[in-house]
Each structure stands twice: as structure tokens, then as C-alpha cells.
Ligand binder design. Structure first.
Ligand SMILES: [Zn+2]
Length: 312
């Protein structure tokens, strides 16, 4: 693939890799201070290169799903280099969040993700789904092939998560107790089926479904905290929450902090790496400055995910 790269490319690669050395040292100091063996990040994006390029083009063009915001991608590297950056940060396990925006795409994404997991042992084998005939079959096949986490994107996919077509797939996932990271909040821009109500309908049918509400459900934070309080299998990921970028647009209500503290065993570190408009370290500092204590941070940045995924 790289046969036609200019001779200077290797030099560029070395320069851009060392660009993150200083940040890596600071990220390592962060988890070192907490006495952790590293971080576990449940919300990182790896997908086929041409799909990721399309996503980046979308962010560059400030499309409506990004809320029309300027969104410079901080880690626009090649795949191997992005994985290397996470390792340098001391991220012990991460995911390959990928998602279809139309039918007949999820199976192909799942086969790519299975291959990616095979060649990336620190990646939790990830799969995805879409409301379409046969979805329960390929979800079951993905689990049999070793998928340990799924991604569902209600905003980009523009589907109702309570769609009848998905019902058997949610059943399979609930039965297998395989977690699903689901972008279902209405941030940064609402979709036709985002918000807590469709998810409440899914949970009414599948109360044991292990949904991990992405981005803490922003901006409907309190509604999703309510669902987590009601359903013990619900978890929330921190992706982009509490950062300066998000606080300026969709601030987390201070009055809900005690509820977040109480749910400390069900909040998981997520970052949205590499598609973030600020350094990775900022997400960690944004969690630290909540002042919910070292025990809460240890649980969120490592222990909760270690327990959920059976990582020692
Ligand atoms: Zn994401």
C-alpha cells in the first residue's frame, strides 16, 4: 500500500509519532498517580481507512451531525500509528467503534473489525448492527466469532432503536450479556430518533440489555442518568463529557454530580480518539476536575471496564 509514498514519508512519520511523546508522558503520570496499571478506553474509533476518511471529511466540512462546529481532528494518523499512540498513552484496552449509516453495510464492517481485532490484540473485538432483515443472525455470528462489544449509532444511522427489526438482535445481545455502546443522546445535534424515550422503550422490552450510553447521553444527561438508576445493566461512557469543548455547548448540570458519583461503578472512560478537537489528556483532566475523588477516577478510568470485560 505504501509503495508510492514519497521518500520523506518515513521521516514525517517519525516526527509525527514523537509529537505525542510529551503528552504520553503526562497521560502516564495521570494514571500512575492513581496507582493504575493503565487506562481502558471503551470509545475509540477504528474502521476501514476509506470509511474513516469519509468521517474525517464530514468533520472537516462541519456537516449538520457535528452541530456545524469547527472540529479539527487531533490524531489524524495512519491506523498503525494511531494504535501506537494509544499504547504510548498506556491504554491497555480499547475498542473499534464502527457503525453503518445504511443497510447492507454492517456485515462488511463486522468482518473488517474481526480482522482488526485479530491483528490488534489490545483491541476489544467490536461489532455493529443496523435494523435490517437478518440482523439477529449476523449479531449472533459476530458474538460466536468473539465480539465483546457492539456499537450502535442512532444519530448517524437515523433509525428507531425500538424498531421491530432490531428486537431479536437486542434479545440476542441481552441474553449473551454483550455490552453495546450506543450513541443515543441528541448531542452534538439531534437525530430523528435520539433522546431517552426510544431507549426507554427498548429497555422496557429488554431490561437486562447492557447498553453503554455514549457521551453520557449529552445533552439529555439527567434523563439517561435516570435510566441508569432504573436499570442496573445500564452504563455510561464519558466520551467528550466535561471537556471545555462540550461544556461550552452542552454543560453537564452541576446538580446531577451527586448522581454521577453514586453511579461510579457504572461510568466508563471513553474518549472518541482519534476524532477529538483537543488533546487526549484534556479528557482525563476534565474528569479529574469534577473532584469526585481518586476512588471514582480509578473505577471510571480502569476498574469498571476491567470488570465488565474480564480484563485482569
Ligand atoms: Zn464516537
Amino acid at each position: 500500500m505504501n509503495d508510492h509514498r514519497p521518500a520523506s514519508a518515513d521521516l514525517d512519520e517519525a516526527t509525527s509519532a514523537s509529537r505525542f511523546d510529551e503528552e504520553a508522558a503526562e497521560v502516564r503520570r495521570f494514571w500512575g498517580r492513581l496507582g493504575l496499571p493503565g487506562l481502558i478506553d471503551v470509545h475509540t474509533h477504528f474502521m476501514p481507512e476509506r470509511v474513516l476518511n469519509k468521517v474525517w471529511e464530514y468533520f472537516d466540512a462541519q456537516g449538520p451531525l457535528t452541530g456545524g462546529l469547527a472540529w479539527p481532528i487531533s490524531y489524524r494518523q495512519r491506523e498503525a500509528e494511531r494504535a501506537a499512540v494509544l499504547r504510548r498513552f498506556g491504554v491497555r484496552a480499547f475498542t473499534a467503534m464502527l457503525y453503518p449509516h445504511k443497510p447492507d453495510m454492517a456485515r462488511w464492517l463486522n468482518s473488517w473489525a474481526a480482522d482488526f481485532a485479530r491483528r490488534t490484540p489490545d483491541c476489544l473485538h467490536t461489532a455493529t448492527l443496523f435494523p435490517e432483515p437478518g440482523v439477529d443472525t449476523y449479531v449472533r455470528e459476530a458474538i460466536e466469532a468473539g465480539a465483546r462489544v457492539f456499537k450502535a449509532h442512532v444519530q448517524v444511522g437515523a433509525y428507531d432503536p425500538a424498531d421491530e427489526l432490531l428486537r431479536p438482535a437486542w434479545g440476542v445481545l441481552a441474553e449473551a450479556q454483550v455490552p453495546v455502546v450506543i450513541h443515543c443522546g441528541s448531542g452534538p445535534a439531534p437525530g430523528k430518533h435520539t433522546g431517552p424515550e426510544p431507549i426507554a422503550r427498548v429497555l422496557a422490552r429488554h431490561p437486562r440489555l447492557r447498553l453503554i450510553v455514549a457521551h453520557l447521553g449529552m445533552p439529555e444527561y439527567e434523563d439517561f442518568l435516570g435510566l441508569a438508576e432504573r436499570y442496573p445493566e445500564i452504563r455510561l461512557d464519558t466520551t467528550m463529557a466535561f471537556t471545555d469543548f462540550t461544556e461550552a455547548l452542552m454543560p453537564f448540570p452541576g446538580r446531577a454530580l451527586p448522581r454521577l458519583a453514586d453511579l461510579g461503578d457504572r461510568v466508563l472512560l471513553g474518549s472518541d480518539f482519534p476524532n477529538i478537537p483537543y488533546p487526549y489528556l484534556h479528557q482525563l483532566h476534565a474528569l479529574e476536575r469534577l473532584d469526585l475523588g481518586a476512588e471514582w477516577l480509578r473505577a471510571v478510568c480502569h476498574h469498571n471496564a476491567a470488570k465488565l470485560f474480564g480484563l485482569g
